[in-house]
Design a protein around this ligand. Structure first.
Ligand code: ADP
Length: 497
C-alpha cells in the first residue's frame, strides 16, 4: 500500500504527520490495530482539496463479529467492570491526560478528516478531553438505592452496566464523537465504536491511547466501515445491548427500527432545525455576531446550528443588514489557512445536498440575499448563504440542510415567535435574544426543545445534559442523565428470617 503525502502547506504537528504515514487506519479489536478480514479499505479524503490523504480499513459483519465477541468476553470476565472503581477512575483520568497530550495531533487529524477550522477543532478536542475527565469521576459515585418495603424484606436497587454498548458516531467533530462514544466505560460497560466512514482517523488514536491508559484490551473496540455494512451489523448484533447513535434523523429511524427487533435500548441524538429568536430589545450586535458564528462556525455542520433566525418585525431589516454585511467578507478556505472564517463541508455528497437545498429555496420563492453558490472548484466549499423572507412552511425552514445556509424569518408577537419556533419536526435547541427577564422565562417554558440558550448560543459543558425532543432524539448525552442510558437497575430482594 503506498503512503500518501501531506501537502507541505499544512502546518501540522510532527505527531499528526507521523499518524498520516500509517499505511492504514485500521480497526482496533481486542487490543490490536488490525486490517479487515477481507482486506477491504476505503479512502480518507481531505475536504479542503478533495484528494485522498490516507487509507482506512473498511470492515464487514465479520469484523463486527470479532469486535463484539471481544467486547462481550471482556465484559463477561469482568476485567474492566470488576476493577475497583477508584482504579477505573485512575485509568480514565490517565486517558484524559493522554488525550490532552495528543490534543494538537488529534485536532490536526480532525481538520484533515472533516474540514473543521483548526481553531474550532482545537476547541472540540478540548471538549472531548473535558468530557472524559468528567466521566472519569463517575465510577466511585454510581450508586443504587434502598427503597422502603415491608419490614420482612430488604431490597437493594443496584445500578449495573448494560453490557456491550454499540456507539455509532458521526463525522462532525471526530475526536469528540469518539469521546462521547466511550463515556459508557465509566459504568463498567464494554464498547464497540463505529466511526463515520468520512472520518475514521482519530478514533483509532483514541482507542490506542485508551490501551496505553490501562483500559484492558477488548473493553474498547473500533470497527471502521460504512453505515450499511458495519453500522447495521453493530446495531443488529444480538450481543450488543444498547445503541448510542448520533447522526441524521433518517438513519436514527432506521436504527431504532432495527433495534426494535431485539427490544434493544437506543439513545438517539439526531438532527435539528434550531431557531434563534431575536426580540426587539435584544443587543443586536451580539445577537448578529452569535447567529453568524452559529451557522458559519463549522460550515453549518453542527446539529445545534441556528439555521432558522426568527427576527421581530421591528428589528428585522436592521438585523438582516448586520448579518448580511458581516457575512459578505468572510474568508473561505482550508482549515489550516490563516485568518479563515469558514472551511469546507465534509464531502462531495454533502456539497451536492447543500446545492440541492439552495435550489429548493430559490424555487420556493425565498429571497436569496447572500451566496448561493459553490466556492471555487477544488475541495468542497460553499458560500455562506442567506435566504430572507422565508416562510416557515418552506422546506428550507423545515428540513435540516447541514451546511452554511441560514433562513431568516420574521414574527410580530411573542406568541407567534413560539408558534413558529415549535412548528417544526425537530426539537434540539433554541436561542433567545432579549434583555426582558419575563420574555426570557416565558420563552424557556414555551420552547419544545432539549436546550434553551438565552443571550448565548451553543454552550455545552460535560455536566450539563444535552439531547433532543420530538424528532431530534431521545435519551441524553453528557451530564448525570446520560448514565441512565448505559446503566440499568437490578432489584435484589432479601427475606429477613
Ligand atoms: P450522514 O448521512 O451525514 O452520513 P448518518 O446519520 O447517515 O449521517 O451517519 C452517522 C453514522 O451512522 C455514521 O457512522 C454512519 O456510518 C452510520 N450509519 C449510516 N447508516 C447506518 C445504518 N443503516 N445502520 C447503522 N449505522 C449507520
Amino acid at each position: 500500500m503506498s503512503v500518501l503525502t501531506v501537502p507541505s502547506t499544512y502546518p501540522i504537528s510532527s505527531a499528526a504527520t507521523r499518524q498520516l504515514q500509517r499505511p492504514l487506519f485500521g480497526h482496533v479489536i481486542d487490543g490490536e490495530t488490525v486490517a479487515s478480514l477481507d482486506g477491504g479499505t476505503m479512502s480518507v479524503i481531505d475536504p479542503a482539496s478533495g484528494e485522498q490523504i490516507a487509507t482506512a480499513a473498511s470492515g464487514t459483519a465479520a469484523d463486527v463479529e470479532r469486535a463484539v465477541r471481544s467486547a462481550r468476553e471482556a465484559f463477561d470476565d469482568g476485567r474492566w467492570r470488576f476493577l475497583a472503581p477508584i482504579e477505573q477512575e485512575r485509568r480514565l483520568r490517565r486517558l484524559a491526560s493522554l488525550l490532552a497530550e495528543h490534543a494538537d495531533e488529534l485536532a490536526d487529524l480532525d481538520v484533515i478528516d472533516s474540514g473543521l477550522l483548526r481553531m474550532y477543532a482545537g476547541f472540540i478536542v478540548q471538549f472531548a478531553v473535558d468530557g472524559v475527565e468528567y466521566y472519569a469521576g463517575w465510577p466511585t459515585k454510581l450508586h443504587g438505592s434502598v427503597p422502603a418495603v415491608p419490614n420482612e424484606f430488604i431490597v437493594r436497587q443496584v445500578r449495573e452496566p448494560v453490557g456491550v454498548v454499540g456507539s455509532v458516531i458521526p463525522w462532525n467533530g471526530p475526536t469528540a464523537g469518539a469521546a462521547f462514544g466511550i463515556f459508557p466505560l465509566c459504568a463498567g460497560n464494554s464498547v464497540v465504536l463505529k466511526p463515520a466512514e468520512q472520518t475514521p482517523m482519530s478514533a483509532v488514536v483514541v482507542a490506542e491511547l485508551a490501551l496505553e491508559a490501562g483500559i484492558p484490551p477488548g473493553v474498547l473496540n473500533v470497527v471502521q466501515g460504512t453505515g450499511e455494512s458495519v453500522g447495521a451489523a453493530v446495531v443488529s448484533h444480538p450481543q450488543v445491548d444498547v445503541i448510542s447513535f448520533t447522526g441524521s434523523v433518517e438513519t436514527g429511524r432506521r436504527i431504532q427500527a432495527a433495534a426494535a427487533a431485539r427490544v434493544k435500548r437506543v439513545c438517539l441524538e439526531l438532527g435539528g432545525k434550531s431557531p434563534s429568536i431575536i426580540f426587539p430589545d435584544a443587543d443586536l450586535d451580539t445577537a448578529a455576531a452569535t447567529v453568524m458564528m452559529g451557522v458559519w462556525g463549522a460550515s453549518g455542520q453542527v446539529c445545534t446550528c441556528n439555521t432558522r433566525v426568527l427576527v421581530h418585525e421591528s428589528v428585522y431589516d436592521d438585523l438582516l443588514d448586520r448579518v448580511v454585511d458581516g457575512s459578505r467578507g468572510l474568508h473561505i478556505g482550508g482549515g489550516f489557512e490563516p485568518d479563515v472564517d469558514m472551511g469546507p463541508v465534509v464531502s462531495a455528497a454533502q456539497l451536492e445536498r447543500i446545492q440541492r437545498y439552495v435550489q429548493i429555496g430559490r424555487d420556493e420563492g425565498a429571497e436569496l440575499v447572500l451566496g448561493g453558490e459553490r466556492h471555487g472548484d477544488r475541495g468542497y466549499f460553499h458560500q455562506p448563504t442567506i435566504f430572507a423572507s422565508v416562510r416557515n412552511d418552506m422546506r428550507i425552514a423545515q428540513e435540516e440542510i447541514f451546511g452554511p445556509v441560514m433562513s431568516v424569518l420574521t414574527f410580530s408577537s411573542e406568541d407567534e415567535a413560539y408558534r413558529i419556533a415549535n412548528d417544526v419536526e425537530y426539537g434540539l435547541a433554541a436561542g433567545v435574544w432579549t434583555n426582558d427577564l419575563n420574555i426570557a422565562n416565558r420563552a424557556s417554558r414555551a420552547l419544545r426543545v432539549g436546550t434553551v440558550w438565552i443571550n448565548t448560543y451553543q454552550m455545552v459543558y460535560p455536566s450539563v445534559s444535552y439531547g433532543g425532543v420530538k424528532q431530534s432524539g431521545q435519551g441524553r448525552n453528557l451530564g448525570e442523565a446520560s448514565l441512565d442510558d448505559f446503566t440499568q437497575l437490578k432489584s435484589v430482594w432479601t427475606k429477613v428470617a
